[in-house]
Write a protein that binds this ligand. Sequence first.
Ligand SMILES: Nc1ncnc2c1ncn2[C@@H]1O[C@H](COP(=O)(O)OP(=O)(O)O)[C@@H](O)[C@H]1O
Ligand SMILES: [Mg+2]
Length: 318
Amino acid sequence: MPGNVILEIKNLHVYYLTETETAKAVRGVNLEIRAGESVGLVGETGAGKTTTCLSVMRLVPDPPGVIVDGEINFKGENLIFADEKRCRAIRGEGISMIFQDPMTALNPVMTVGEQLMEVVREHNKKLSKAEAKALVIRSLERVGVKGDRFNDYPHQFSGGMKQRVIITMALLCEPELLIADEPTTALDVTIQAQVLDIIRGLQRETGASMLLVTHDLGVVAETCDRVAIMYAGNIVELGTVKEVFRNKRHPYTEGLFNSIPRLENENRRLMPIDGLPPNPADLPEGCAFHPRCRRRLPICEREAPPMKGEGHIYACHL
Ligand SMILES: Nc1ncnc2c1ncn2[C@@H]1O[C@H](COP(=O)(O)OP(=O)(O)O)[C@@H](O)[C@H]1O
Ligand SMILES: [Mg+2]
């Protein structure tokens, strides 16, 4: 049973301002995550998923990114008003993030062991060097990296092994909330399942909450309690995995599901969504999805749909 709300994103708006245009990457996202809960965030490239995650970490690159409105309440504290020192403290032990590309998260000129030691000693200043090293080696071995790789450099690891190191790094701080932004997209398919299993296992074991960004609805089904479907900077459907998978309410969600092949009815043709996601610097009037929607009504071209429903909610005029 999920516990109290630990993260509450309220009416979040994040824009990227360049000389020539304003990309409205996130436009009014509302999302709550409870203690111990795992929430999937799904949507096409450019939907604003990474920007949402970076906002929670207070790591949106500024410039050009600006959080223009909204609240990010982590255990009751609005992180929008937290100074850099406070943000760093929260990134240490409150919230950790696993990034899509494992290459960017590791320092190429430091051994993996040194980097993990730094994290441990930052997090727990009372540990001796020997204790910290023992903890690092234990943690690496827990995710299937042999302890004798402590003195190796990142380039000596394969992609899958590197991501295990990063998972270790994210979890050494014992975060209450783990944000995993497409943690397996850069990996070989054969390794993806293993790495996801590790993340899932550790999340359950530690009781951390998780926000998992993925393209893969199968992963959501196996991993998450609830799922949020994101389109053009907004969450367009949100509910428990059961509700959303059984009873898709938004045509975009339907489109996402129709884009994946299924074994059981192989005669059915795939019906991927027509067209491309809109440019966040030049969004259509009304519902942002209407130009691609097979079921659009005249009103969809004029008015953005409000959120409807309770618990399982969706933004559609239908
Ligand atoms: N640093 C940046 N500068 C300008 N635009 C950006 C930047 N980062 C992201 N964007 C734009 O914001 C939108 C959302 O991007 P992102 O949050 O990365 O989406 P997703 O993770 O869902 O693919 C995209 O249109 C992207 O081009
Ligand atoms: Mg992304």
